[in-house]
Unconditional design. Sequence first.
Length: 481
Amino acid sequence: MLGAVGPWVAAGLGALIAAAIALALAVLLSQRAVRVSRAVASLRDVSIVEFDAALRLVEVSGARFDELAWTDPRGRRRRLDEVLPAVEAQALAGHCRAALRGESRSIEYRPGADVDVFWVRVVPLLDRDGLPTSGLIVTTDLSDRERGGVPAGEDSIEDAIIGITRSLARTNDPSAVRDSVCEAARLIAGAQMATLLEPSTDGRGLVAKSTIGGDLGGMFIPLNEASTASRSFVSAESDFVVDARIAAPRDRELGRRTRTRSIASHPMVREGRTVGVLAVGWREVVSEISLARVDQIATLAHEAEVAIGRSELLGQLEQLARTDELTGLLNRRAWDEQLAKEVARALRDKQPLCVAMLDLDLFKDYNDRRGHQAGDRLLREASAVWRSALRPYDTLARYGGEEFGAILPSCAIDEGLRLVERLRRSTPEGETVSVGVAEWNRREGPEALVGRADEALYEAKAQGRNRAVADSPGGPRELLS
């Protein structure tokens, strides 16, 4: 991590980088760009900028950048030094150049003496060969949170809300966001229970996604039955039950399972649509709730909706970033992560592990004869057939181009050969594949293991293609054709 320059302050990485990389890769995929742009646009405080290798702004999305005059009405690609002061542009350019080398950065930006503050992620955009050719700047506007834009109330509660909203703005894990919201709701309301209820898969009711102070696992609250949660969800208004013991059946069940008497529900609304309910409960009967407390819970529900929406979007995009667009298999990045995990698991469990590298034979000639669309179809069909031929716990990934990789846990070299032979024989459209297999020697790292499998693949090509060659630990090569 480079040192900070001017107002750009180096920050921690972790989940922020993973989410930012996901967003960057998803935007790169043109077929998904419209969906991603619409999703980002629905998040009021998130904006994105794509820059090219010359550090010119290619695409700008987000009203905040319009305010800052980052967009050019003539459509010209503006440079960083045209939209930022020299010192700030130089500092950001350093992070952008790092992205063009394949690195990712997270920084905090405070423009001049202004009270505005932005959480900024600078990440690479990769081409189909996995090389960084441009980059993305993803910003989250934290200005309102830094200024403490919450309703007035008791000082301690107001301070708590400010701290909570700042924390939520920097959290990208949906589960962590939900748990934090519930714990914060208990604090703000002086309650003993808080739960986040969200629509079930079929949309017919509500289920608890997080609960603090009770166990609501497996509980289903139908939207067509009377309850404080269903009324709040359907009407998009707050609802209050003074004593759950004499209320509707679902409220009685909620009170029994959380040992609460009074329950207040508040809707979480996104773009005019209710997306969940934040409910809090007290062990003793509460005859009424102050308007100030209702406002505070409403503020928290709003911040929860924004944080959950952002974290879920970034989680979805992270999954897209781990998936090869053409075949639907894991991509090279996800392969590297999974292989490291499998090597660690094999070491811990004292189990064998094999890696196979597969390469479609004469694929370039196939493309030249049949066209690139036919080549893409062959890659998709081969991926589907090979995936179905492997065991459920095996991993198949597109390594790059026409090369694929398979991770075979709990698999010694002989069984590995039998497995890849099934793949070789099932290759579609009368085409052939060469395969190299290597068994982990319990000393080497993942890169060395893949290297030995690659060497075996080259041997299979040299032997005439359409065969599998195995390189076992310390043993002779075996040939299967």
